[in-house]
Design a protein around this ligand. Structure first.
Ligand code: NAP
Length: 349
């Protein structure tokens, strides 16, 4: 029972943070809204009858106060290049689990690279990218992989009906581009990260029925490439995005997501199609749902619940597919996801 368990949410009054706060409350936790903007925090906390804790990443004491008494912290404040390090340090001082929703490749890579030992020493867990990008694709790829100890390729293709980005998504994209250099993109091949300056390919990806063949940008490298490559023994990991969604997110005037249902979800729909290939055989797992920002809340809160109840496979810095039982986790999200987890196995793969 989650009752009276305080969970700090940094960036609580952001678009995604609000979904996370609501999901925590719905599951019986007591969200502790935190962030740097006192007025925005007070308004959110007042509406929900919660205790706001103002904190900034520049002031470690304020972060310690924000996390005091909490059993875990969820970081929803992006760009994560700025927030991840100070929040992880605070979580390690408090000896509590840290989860974030970062979809910034450089920040995700930094988290795996720089915090592993101290998290192990503290005996706690850090789960980066525990969200639509980074978490869901990793869980699907891990579930598809099943009992294969290794594979040749993982492909994760996204069909989004549209992509109306939040300010945070735009800012995180800009920070990532600045960190890697404007004309540089990353891809993961032969077990290595490559920095490339050529254009990403455009190709056709055949999604499961009824979506079917769609034009996608290949090597549209998302956080899933970091999380999958971190723990699955697969040399080539590639993500793809439908061209209309890429156009949406790149266009300067695409509006932010607007609520269209009582849960605050937009009308955006998604299909995530994970394909694993090994020695000419193929396994597949797919998930369909509504609103990539909203679905991040049940993903990260389900992860939190599993961490707090010891349903984990390791300590230290871990990705979703590594630390959780992927099929079991995905099935637990069936109120939010339409799943097909065993395409291919029925054909003897
Ligand atoms: N992996 C995924 O699938 C996934 C899903 C959802 C969101 N995200 C990521 O999560 C981040 C937030 O997204 P969003 O949709 O919630 O955006 P948003 O509505 O613009 O909210 C961003 C939040 O981050 C806070 N913030 C930014 N920089 C901060 C800093 N230096 N210190 C303290 N707070 C800071 C903002 O506070 P101020 O207003 O004070 O700046 C705001 O509360 C983005 O990076 C987005 O890409 C990823």
């Amino acid at each position: 029972m989650a009752s009276q368990k305080l969970v700090a949410v940094f960036g609580a009054y952001g678009h995604t943070g609000r979904f996370v706060v609501a999901e925590l409350a719905a599951r019986g936790y007591v969200p502790v809204p935190s962030g740097r903007h006192a007025q925005a925090l007070r308004e959110l906390a007042h509406d929900l009858g919660l205790e706001p804790r103002v904190a900034t990443v520049e002031d470690a004491d304020s972060l310690d106060r924000a996390l005091a008494g909490a059993v875990a912290v969820i970081n929803c404040a992006g760009p994560f290049a700025t927030t991840t390090g100070p929040l992880i340090d605070a979580a390690l001082r408090a000896k509590i689990p840290y989860l974030d929703v970062a979809a910034e490749l450089e920040a995700n890579l930094d988290t795996f690279a720089h915090h592993r030992e101290r998290a192990h020493e503290a005996g706690t867990v850090i789960v980066p990218a525990m969200a639509f990008f980074g978490g869901l694709g990793d869980l699907l790829a891990t579930a598809a992989m099943g009992d294969w100890p290794q594979a040749d390729e993982v492909h994760i293709a996204y069909a989004l009906s549209s992509w109306h980005p939040t300010a945070g998504t735009r800012l995180s994209g800009a920070v990532s581009r600045e960190r890697r250099g404007d004309d540089v993109r990353l891809r993961y091949r032969a077990g290595q990260w490559e920095r490339r300056t050529d254009a990403a390919p455009t190709l056709t990806w055949t999604f499961p029925h009824p979506t079917g063949p769609r034009e996608v940008i290949g090597e549209f490298t998302m956080a899933d490439v970091v999380t999958v490559a971190h723990h699955l023994s697969v040399p080539d990991v590639t993500t793809y995005m439908t061209v209309e969604a890429v156009r949406d997110v790149a266009a300067p005037h695409t509006p932010a997501p607007a609520a269209t249902d009582p849960h605050g979800r937009s009308d955006q729909t998604f299909l995530v199609d994970a394909v694993v290939r090994s020695g000419g055989r193929e396994r597949r797992a797919t998930a369909r749902g509504q609103d990539i920002y909203a679905v991040t809340a049940p993903l990260v809160v389900e992860a939190l619940e599993r961490v707090l109840t010891g349903r984990t496979r390791c300590t230290g810095v871990a990705s979703a597919g590594e630390i959780f039982d992927a099929p079991d986790f995905l099935h637990a999200l069936s109120p939010y996801l339409d799943l097909d987890l065993d395409l291919g196995r029925s054909q003897g793969a």
